[in-house]
Design a protein around this ligand. Structure first.
Ligand code: SF4
Ligand code: SF4
Length: 342
């Protein structure tokens, strides 16, 4: 495992980090074991969020007595300063820490999000104040929109950008990475498995290791998954012709027909929470059906408001048949609720 500077931050982190969503579905003891195994195996960067249910709390428990060995990144989805401060204080409590290494503004995709967080009284103001108070070391941002991610980096307001990147979605390496390099912003890679649609860890990380300035943060749900991914990083990286063929197979199979969570389709005139509802099967695969039905309850219930007006289809750059997918996901959600009564 190598340790790399995260952009111009003073943070030195392992070349692969730990994404904090899948531990949601683990019981606390197991989650703590998985996290500690990751620390033992040299992973030092841990990414979580206020929105990830008990993920922060589990990290707080796992890292007792070893806070100085890990770099913790968390996020607030709130857009105004007061609510962002409240979430930050909650994160500190859950993480049992008096500082956060990297505090990220979560999912800034649309212009209105950007305006809300950067205006006076916005979440960025809260993050800056927290940094001055020593509660936050660095401020970062996450986005699913390439245009917005580039804009965010260009402001120079953020030390890191977190963005989806994998061998199917490669735009970032041509368009975002050079801008991040120019501004000294660290890059965190979300969705190394394209949100769960790629199931071959070997080629996922062989591909990503060709871009060492971008630190992937895959989710781990078992000690075995930690061993598996760390082992890939312990080997020499050789992308073979066979690997390239396999990647092409995935690209051919998936085409462009999967939701990237870019949010261009939003807002829906009937207030359907499209992006979250499109991703329901992925939530199920990552959290298990019981947790996913609760986690995605509001967006999934909003699907009932869809009138199939088609506005979202026109806005989706990938031409996804959104109402059709939503209907399918809604049927799956109803069945999961029946099978897993709360
Ligand atoms: S449905 Fe299309 S526009 Fe909406 S989030 Fe998914 S990929 Fe983006
Ligand atoms: S088709 Fe459904 S989800 Fe899409 S914009 Fe219209 S009402 Fe909203």
């Amino acid at each position: 495992m190598r340790y790399l500077e995260l952009g111009k931050t003073s943070l030195k982190v392992s070349e692969v980090g730990f994404g904090g969503i899948p531990i949601i579905r683990l019981d606390t003891d197991t989650a703590v074991k998985v996290l500690r195994r990751a620390v033992e195996r040299g992973i030092t960067l841990y990414d979580t969020a206020n929105a990830y249910r008990d993920s922060e709390e589990k990290m707080g428990l796992a890292f007792r007595g070893m806070r100085d060995r890990v770099v913790i990144a968390t996020k607030t989805i709130r857009r105004d300063a007061a609510a962002a401060t409240e979430q930050l204080e909650n994160s500190l409590r859950m993480l049992r820490s008096d500082y956060i290494d990297l505090f990220q503004l979560h999912q800034i995709a649309r212009e209105e999000d950007f305006q809300a967080v950067t205006s006076p009284g916005g979440a960025l103001e809260a993050a800056v104040k927290a940094k001055e108070a020593g509660k936050v070391r660095h401020i970062g941002v996450t986005s699913h929109s390439l245009t917005m991610a580039i804009k965010l980096v260009r402001t120079g307001l953020f030390s890191t950008i977190q963005f989806p990147f994998n061998f199917i979605e490669t735009d970032a390496c041509q368009e975002l990475f050079p801008v991040a390099r120019e501004h000294g912003a660290g890059i965190l890679v979300m969705k190394p498995f394209a949100g769960g649609v790629i199931d071959n860890a070997d080629i996922v990380f062989k591909f990503l290791r060709q871009y060492p300035e971008a630190i992937p943060i895959p989710g781990f749900d078992s000690e075995e998954s930690v061993e598996q991914i760390v082992a890939i990083y312990e080997r020499e990286n050789l992308v073979t012709d066979k690997d390239m063929e396999l990647m092409d197979e995935y690209r051919g199979k998936l085409g462009k027909a999967f939701c990237r969570r870019c949010e261009y389709c939003m807002p829906c005139p009937n207030d359907v929470k499209i992006t979250m509802a499109m991703g329901y099967p992925i939530f199920v695969s990552r959290m298990g059906a019981k947790v996913a039905t609760e986690f995605a309850r509001i967006p999934m219930e909003s699907v009932a408001q869809c009138t199939e007006c088609g506005e979202c289809i026109e806005r989706c750059p990938y031409g996804l048949p959104i109402p059709e997918v939503l209907k399918r996901n809604y049927a799956l959600y109803r069945k999961d609720r029946e099978d897993n009564p709360s």
